[in-house]
Design a protein around this ligand. Structure first.
Ligand code: FAD
Length: 410
């Protein structure tokens, strides 16, 4: 294992989140003797998919957090630092302590950046005045507090422009909140509005009808091409920019009692500004092999990856074995054989106890794992989401046990 700055690691992994740890585990399972460094600044690792459940009062927040140390594979070296720059023509990454790491191959998986600052006045009021978001560990419990304390008034839920991680999460927050208010008998006294920068409720049309049934049942008002641009916490007002079909815009301000915000999202700056980025700022990859088109010893997966799949942990479960097989083939000068078909999944929590499990690949092609009509809300899928998925994540995906994730052939 290389210890000094000038040594060369077989693999350097950037990011120790879902994607970095899953890829590292899948690589080391195939070749335990690889020398591998995982660069990850945080000593905490989060299972983010459960934050929706935390916001709906159905999951203990502490159970979504584990120490990074407990998840780093025993035969990899954790470098507790942050990558600041890529020098792919020299096979180097720069760290924020001034050091460099040299590699034979690189896995880029630092996730994405939540751009809270893009909405004027938001940062100052997050976590108070009824302004919340399930997109942060410390705020998801506040969502549940807001939901429980609201008995009448107006609740706003927002969704920014795509791509975002878990595109269904903004509306999942709304459904679980509405279900609680319905059970408490308060729903009729609450004006529920969903404001989406996009023009549709869900990007894969097969899932829109079952979701619309819940929108109607809860009496939620849908506002498309409506973008949150400013929040005044103390005054409890939110300003939206509405875009008409002819491209003209107008601003309108709504008062609220509760505001659930999903912020705009983008690739981290050190990716956007690097030679690895595509025109959108994400890591450029071949959609099938997940290999960088120019720097062939560079692979990417997870939210930072520029493939056009839905950015989800479910996608990572299928991407990690593809990256592992293709990266090892590249290191050994063998032809790459593994193909990623764009699988991603979004378990839409339409009520407490029922989920519509949307599973699809590139181009919105349905890829159901079970022989059941996927466009139906099911109790079984709630159990999968609530009880099985956290275990599959921590005990299988992050350990290199590739359940239902055998890659297709290139
Ligand atoms: P992350 O898991 O975010 O990890 C990125 C890591 O990179 C972090 O540990 C970070 O510290 C590290 N890092 C950042 N910058 C650097 C740097 N400069 N150098 C080194 N390391 C760095 N997915 C589903 O499949 N199903 C769901 O139901 C679902 N629901 C969701 C609900 C919410 C509210 C949220 C927020 C997400 C949800 N997701 C869901 C999405 C899922 O959590 C992400 O797609 C997944 O975590 C992506 O993994 P990642 O490793 O790319 O990013």
């Amino acid at each position: 294992m290389p210890m000094d700055e000038m040594s060369v690691w077989d693999v350097v992994v950037v990011g120790g989140g879902a994607a970095g740890i899953a890829a590292a585990a899948s690589l080391l399972k195939r070749n335990p003797s690889l020398s591998m460094a995982i660069v990850e600044p945080s000593d905490r690792h989060y299972y983010q998919p459960a934050w929706t459940l935390v916001g709906g009062g159905c999951f203990n927040p502490a159970e979504t957090c584990r120490s990074t140390a407990s998840l780093i594979p025993f035969n990899a070296k954790w470098i507790r630092n942050r990558v600041t720059r890529f020098l792919p023509q020299h096979n180097l990454v720069a760290l924020d302590n001034g050091q460099h790491l040299s590699y034979r191959s690189l896995v880029v998986a630092p996730g994405l950046e939540l751009d809270w600052g893009a909405i004027a006045g938001l940062q100052e009021t997050l976590g108070k005045n009824g302004v919340t978001s399930n997109y942060r560990y410390d705020l998801a419990p506040y969502t549940w507090e807001c939901v429980q304390s609201l008995k009448k008034g107006r609740a706003l839920f927002t969704q920014p422009a795509m791509p975002i991680k878990c595109a269904g999460a903004p509306q999942k927050a709304m459904y679980l909140s509405c279900h609680h208010w319905e059970k408490q008998g308060h729903l009729g006294d609450i004006d529920v509005q969903f404001h989406n920068t996009g023009g549709v409720l869900f990007g894969v049309s097969e899932f829109v009808p079952p979701l619309m049934e819940y929108v109607k049942r809860y009496g939620a008002n849908l506002n498309f091409t409506s973008t949150l641009i400013a929040v005044d916490g103390p005054a409890k007002t939110a300003t939206f920019r509405d875009t008409a079909e002819d491209g003209s815009t107008r601003e309108r301000t709504e008062s609220f009692d509760m505001l659930h915000v999903v912020p705009p999202q983008r690739a981290p700056a050190f990716i956007r500004d690097s030679e690895l980025a595509n025109e959108g700022g994400w890591v450029a990859v071949d959609e099938a092999s997940l290999q960088h088109p120019h720097y062939t010893n560079v692979f990417s997966l997870g939210d930072a990856c520029g493939a056009s799949n839905a950015k989800t942990a479910a996608a990572v479960r299928k991407q990690a074995p593809v990256v592992a097989e293709n990266l090892l083939a590249h290191l050994d000068n063998r032809p790459m054989t593994a193909r990623y078909t764009g699988y991603g999944a979004c378990p839409l929590t339409v009520e407490q106890g029922k989920v519509v499990l949307a599973e699809f690949g590139y181009g919105g092609k349905l890829q159901p794992s079970f022989p059941l009509n996927p466009a139906v809300a099911r109790t079984s899928m709630w159990w999968l989401k609530r009880y099985a998925m956290p275990r599959i994540y921590f005990s299988m995906m992050l350990k290199g046990h590739e359940w239902l994730a055998k890659p297709e052939k290139l």
